[in-house]
Write a protein that binds this ligand. Structure first.
Ligand code: HEM
Length: 390
């Protein structure tokens, strides 16, 4: 068995320092791109193999019934659905993006940026709570009709969900009551209230159809997913963007000189520091992958963060380079479950960066100012103190 003890950290948590994770991915890609872990799961790190699994219809999203018997609301989340249930929830959630288009979301983003980015003071600032978290949080709350007073609860649930998901399916699905259940109960009550009112919030135009097709409880669980997925990852995208620009002053100067490179900066950040580090699939039959046979129902963990640094795909893959052609990376997934909210996440990151570049002539790192999340499923910063000067 390759790297058995060296790679055990991939299972859950334990990545404090920024370098550890990528050294592990390097070794995995080199020595065992399809790695059967001693605990039975399989990890996939090559770009081509991850991309192939994302679009392979034999790779199911549905966790096998055996092993995870529980009523956890997580079971109802869109990301663990297939077939008609998946289609119904996805259609409801895509409705606002398809009808008004992302442009309809712009005023929400602009207002949040105005509120959180232009009012903070200069000097040494932890940008994570100040705007990297505050902007996506307040945007998703307004788009879902969640009152501002409930944002602290949304924050606590999201952080708990992040930890719960990193704990593995055994724990996440088997706990009888957890943060996701509480969050789902809140959103089920929220959905019931909204359906009695006259106007639906922007992102919930498809709510009546959704409830008609899957019922109120499943709809509530999926509103919780939308609230969680709709901001937790964007928080990390924005923090990573500022981290990499602050730590690479030449790149920061480049994007100041050529504002059109903001798009590259966002794509390059998502490639280099992919917020979602694990995507799970279960083969519906025995399959062959990278020369290995994988049994039906094996948990196959795709590692988009490893794929996005695969040197076979990206030259000098560990380098943050705004001149790199914007190619396709796997940060938003691919195939039938590809991210619904990409346009919104990118719009938020663009707006925050534009406001920051206009406001501060200096955005600099502070020694010891960065603290990485201790989480192997979500890549992010708990704290990012930067020195900002007008
Ligand atoms: C930087 C920000 C984001 C990243 C990196 C990201 C990443 C991803 C990835 C990798 C998937 C695919 C999961 C899989 O195949 O199992 C996904 C799915 C999803 N994302 Fe995002 N996402 C982001 C922002 C958003 C936002 C802003 C929203 C909502 C407004 C959102 C809503 C969703 C939903 C509902 C799904 C499930 C789609 C399905 O299962 O069919 N995401 N996202």
């Amino acid at each position: 068995m390759h790297g058995e003890s060296r790679w055990a950290g991939i299972r859950s948590g334990s990545f404090g320092a920024s370098g550890d994770l990528y050294a592990l991915y390097d070794a995995m890609r080199r020595e065992a791109p399809v790695w059967g872990a001693p605990w039975g799961d399989v990890y996939v790190s090559h770009f081509d193999l991850v991309a192939a699994c994302l679009t392979d219809p034999r790779m199911s999203h549905l966790p096998p019934a055996s092993g995870v018997a529980s009523d956890s609301a997580l079971r109802n989340w869109l990301i663990y659905q297939e077939g008609s249930t998946h289609a119904a929830i996805r259609a409801a959630f895509q409705k606002p993006f398809a009808s008004g288009g992302p442009a309809a979301l712009k005023p929400y983003v602009d207002q949040a940026v105005e509120l959180h980015c232009t009012t903070v003071s200069d000097g040494d600032l932890d940008i994570v709570p100040a705007f990297a978290r505050a902007v996506p949080e307040s945007v998703i709350a307004r788009l879902l009709g969640v009152p501002a007073a409930d944002i602290p609860r949304l924050r606590a649930w999201s952080m708990a969900a992040r930890e719960l998901l990193d704990g593995g399916f055994g724990t996440a699905f088997d706990e009888t009551t957890n943060a996701v259940d509480e969050m789902s109960a809140y959103f089920t009550a929220h959905a019931a209230r909204l359906l009695k009112g006259r106007e639906l919030p922007m992102l919930l135009a498809g709510l009546p159809d959704l409830v008609g097709k899957v019922g109120l409880d499943v709809a509530g669980a999926n509103l919780a997913l939308l609230a969680f997925a709709g901001h937790e990852t964007t928080v990390h995208l924005i923090s990573h963007l500022f981290y990499h620009l602050a730590w690479a002053p030449d790149q920061l100067a480049t994007v100041r000189d050529e504002p059109k490179l903001v798009t590259n900066a966002i794509a390059e950040t998502l490639r280099l520091e992919t917020p979602i580090q694990k995507i799970c699939r279960w083969p519906t039959e025995t399959i062959e992958l990278g020369g290995q046979r994988l049994a039906k129902d094996t948990l196959v963990v795709l590692l988009p963060g490893a794929a996005n640094r695969d040197p076979r795909r990206f030259a000098e893959a560990d380098r943050f380079d705004l001149r790199r052609p914007v190619g396709q990376n796997l940060a938003f997934g691919r195939g039938p479950h590809v991210c619904i909210g990409r346009a919104l996440a990118e719009m938020e990151a663009r707006a925050v960066l534009a406001a920051a570049l206009e406001r501060w002539s200096a955005i600099e790192p502070v020694e010891g100012g960065a603290k990485w999340l201790d989480n192997a499923s979500f890549r992010g910063l708990d704290r990012l103190v930067l020195r900002l000067a007008a």
